[in-house]
Design a protein around this ligand. Structure first.
Ligand code: 3PG
Length: 400
């Protein structure tokens, strides 16, 4: 983007593909991290006199307008953060977008409505995506990719559109890639990775890579129960992906062979029922050893001994990557495990990276100071796929 700025952008229509996919409670944004992350790029362009068109997806609407997924709240928040008025187009490539863009003065900003209100955005049909990308290209003179959270998607605005316009990477993408490179190219050791979240299947590819890279892997969250089961423990009614047990067993063997310490919970908090996340009514969990989960109970957080164990495994880390909460942190009775891991990152001497999605939201909603971490990625799936060594369509299109 510095190259673009030095060439001069005054009067040019610049399409910024951001990731404003923020969590919403109705129309209230519960974590605005992704909006804040794109402000430097938008501000630099506007300050240089560009006519900035910000576009993003939000949620997974079904290729047609759906008010529940409108970007209007995100546009309003962007205006607050920029301290200037942000116009909002009620469609993406229709008359509202056209007239909003035509009405943009130099140095001003507009947000167009959710890209996924158009079937062409996510279509697997190349021609359908191309047709939508052609329409988007008609709105702008230049493309800036800055939606790091979406670079793993081969969607029209991420992959097809940059091919149609002069294209540049924004500040956020440059920062994110710079940080993640540190974890793949020349990592400082000990390199400790904490992985949580509900599904082990989402993390298998990254674990596969990390078994050749990391020194220690700490496992928590819902995915831990498939590991515990693979170890031969009974897990009651905890989350379990039975079909993944053989893969997990193979990973456990490889970890041993490669000298990677694969650390599993030694105790967990259990209950007969999932907590009420709306009322947050007290859940009264009990603590049991990881090999003694009662048949009618489910594990919902790591226990106090595991918290201490994981903190000790992070205490000398030179590099940490953490993705996925350790328990149902949205409920106060099951937030301690996630808090303990976040605190251990804060206390770790080395460079710490929080990998997007739920863990990024967790550190903010649990009251941690973002500056206490080396980097909080805006990409959940994107940062994982980067670490898996995959080619990410949105980055490939910009490098092209
Ligand atoms: C994310 O939240 O990880 C990104 O915004 C991508 O969203 P998606 O998984 O719906 O494509």
């Amino acid at each position: 983007i510095d190259e673009l700025l030095s060439e001069g952008v005054a009067g040019k229509r610049v399409f910024v593909r951001a990731d404003l996919n923020v969590p919403l409670d109705g129309t209230t944004i519960t974590d605005d991290g992704r909006i804040r992350a794109v402000v430097p790029t938008v501000k630099a362009l506007a300050d240089a006199g560009a006519r900035v068109i910000v576009a993003s997806h939000l949620g997974r609407p079904k290729g047609a307008p759906d008010p529940a997924f409108s970007l209007a709240p995100a546009a309003a928040r962007l205006g607050e953060l920029l301290g200037s008025e942000v116009a909002f187009a009620e469609d993406t490539v229709g008359t509202s977008a056209e007239s909003t863009v035509a009405g943009l003065a130099d140095g001003s900003v507009a947000v167009i409505e959710n890209l996924r209100f158009n079937a062409g955005e996510t279509s697997k049909d190349d021609a359908e995506r191309a047709a939508f990308a052609d329409k988007l290209a008609g709105l702008a003179d230049v493309y800036v990719g800055d939606g790091f959270g979406a670079v793993h998607r081969g969607h029209a605005s991420v992959f097809d559109l940059p091919k149609r316009l002069p294209h540049y990477a924004g500040y956020l993408i440059a920062t994110e890639v710079g940080v993640l490179k540190k974890l793949t190219d020349d990592v400082q050791r000990p390199y400790v990775v904490a992985l949580g979240g509900a599904k082990v299947s989402d993390k298998l590819a990254v674990i596969d890579q990390l078994l050749d890279k990391a020194d220690r892997l700490l496992i928590g969250g819902g995915m831990a129960y498939t590991f515990l089961k693979a170890k031969g423990y009974e897990v009651g009614i905890s989350l379990l992906q039975e079909d993944q047990i053989p893969v997990v067993q193979e990973y456990m063997e490889r970890a041993e062979k490669n000298g990677v310490e694969l650390v599993l919970p030694v105790d967990v908090l259990v209950s007969t029922e999932f907590p009420d996340l709306k009322t947050k009514a007290p859940a009264h969990p009990t603590t049991v050893a990881a090999d003694a989960i009662p048949a009618d109970q489910e594990g919902l957080d790591i226990g106090p001994e595991t918290r201490k164990l994981y903190a000790s495994k992070l205490a000398d880390a030179a590099t940490v990557f953490w993705n996925g909460p350790m328990g149902v942190f949205e409920h106060p009775d099951y937030a301690e495990g996630t808090k303990a891991v976040a605190q251990a990152l804060v206390d770790a001497p080395g460079f710490t990276v929080v990998g997007g999605g739920d863990s990024a939201a967790a550190v903010r909603t649990l009251g941690f100071d973002e500056k206490a971490f080396g980097h909080i990625s805006t990409g959940g799936g994107a940062s994982l796929e980067y670490l898996e060594g995959k080619t990410l369509p949105g980055l490939a299109a910009l490098e092209d």
